[in-house]
Design a protein around this ligand. Structure first.
Ligand code: PLP
Length: 389
């Protein structure tokens, strides 16, 4: 007799990971595979992090558990980072180290909401939010921000909602649009959340990767918001799986209890590496040089990708993605992604991963890789489009 599988587990897959799997299984190709699917820097972690790993690899305590909220050293270093970057006073006790920010989202959902609660998010938006909500028996409320709405989630949009949600997730810089919120926009959204009893969850994982604007932390404007962040993007440490939450005082204990029971503690050696990275000024110079490369890559793709692949796309002000409007070429982004992967050896992510309603007309290019790869991708795509004109 087949036993039951919970309806909670019937969530959609995170499509970029499916593309990643297909890409990783492709071997003996006539041309190098260009990886523009993953939001993953192609450059190494900070040197200070690598040195710390080498120096601690034989240290037996680096292979044991840590406190569930993270090592004392790392939580203190994260608190200092907030003083340096935003001039904010964060108490180390408010910091909870998580297994990537990904698990942090699940912890936030389980801690802040009851089954059936409604959580608003932008669409297009990061699909794992929506998928995790479904598995936590929460109801995603998708707010359309396509280019017709200027691709921005604003307080004006929130004011027009028929139902006030229980929670709101925002991201700036946003994935997949690259839109960056101004301080005024973030302040207005934070005020609206506080006035309406809406728990704000601010995903700040792309902070540090804004090209012209300043990144603002929601803590500047809200005392009840959860701040989500990670060493994955700016610090180029995706595989280390170290993220963090800055929590309001009353959420610290519930989140810690969940961490204790859910994963005990994040990877110890990676926490040591992350602490060393944060405490070394050279790290910021190194990572800023990566950000300079992302900007060059963005400009190169916008300049050299064929017009049929850009259409009416949101201008990426931060992060490392172009959310291309491919409606001139196809109305099936999954098929287009397969064509690019199988025929051109370019991995990309279909828009339906980010927007169930209109994502069939879009494709996401990650420009976190090398500039040479971006140039080669633009050349291959130009040749392909020309052959079809
Ligand atoms: C907007 C956003 N939030 C969160 C994450 C999760 O990252 P991690 O679990 O590596 O911290 C990602 C990863 O791509 C992302 O794009």
């Amino acid at each position: 007799m087949a036993l039951r599988i919970s309806s909670r587990s019937e969530l959609p897959s995170f499509m970029v990971m499916d593309v990643l799997e297909k890409a990783e299984r492709m071997t003996n190709l006539p041309q190098p595979l260009l990886r523009l699917e993953m939001g993953q820097p192609s450059s190494p972690p900070p040197k200070a992090a690598l040195d710390a790993i080498i120096n601690h690899v034989h240290d037996i305590s680096a292979h044991g558990y840590t406190l569930s909220r993270g090592t004392i050293e790392l939580t203190e270093a994260i608190a200092r980072h907030y003083k340096r970057w935003y001039d904010l006073d964060v108490k180390p006790e408010q910091v909870l180290v998580t297994v990537g920010s990904s698990l942090g989202f699940m912890m936030a959902f389980l801690t802040c909401f009851e089954a059936g609660d409604k959580i608003a998010m932008a669409s297009p938006g990061y699909s794992a939010y929506r998928n995790l909500m479904l598995s936590a028996s929460l109801e995603p409320m998708l707010i359309n921000i396509d280019p017709e709405y200027n691709s921005r989630l604003t307080v004006e949009t929130l004011e027009k909602l028929d139902t006030i949600p229980d929670g709101l997730i925002i991201a700036s810089p946003a994935n997949p649009t690259g839109v960056v919120m101004t301080g005024d926009e973030l302040a207005a959204i934070s005020r609206w959340c506080e006035a309406n009893g809406v728990r704000l969850i601010s995903d700040e994982i792309y902070h540090g990767i804004s090209f012209d604007k300043t990144d603002h932390c929601a803590m500047q404007y809200s005392s009840s918001a959860l701040i989500m962040n990670s060493f994955s993007k700016y610090f180029a440490m995706t595989g280390h799986r170290v993220g963090w939450i800055i929590a309001p005082d009353d959420l610290v204990d519930p989140l810690e209890r969940l961490a204790q029971n859910c994963f005990i503690s994040a990877n110890t050696l990676s926490q040591i590496a992350a602490t060393a990275a944060l405490d070394n000024p050279e790290t910021y110079r190194e990572m800023d040089s990566y950000v300079a490369r992302y900007r060059v890559n963005r400009d190169l793709l916008i300049d050299r990708l064929p017009q049929e692949l850009l259409g009416n796309f949101p201008y990426p002000e931060g992060g490392f993605y172009i959310y291309a409007d491919t409606s001139a070429l196809s109305n099936n982004s999954a098929e287009l992604t397969d064509t690019f992967l199988n025929d051109l050896y370019i991995a990309t992510t279909p828009g339906i991963d980010f927007d169930e309603a209109a994502g069939h007309l879009s494709l996401r290019f990650s420009f976190a890789g090398s500039t040479e790869d971006m140039a080669e991708a633009a050349d291959r795509l130009n040749r392909w489009v020309q052959s079809r004109r």
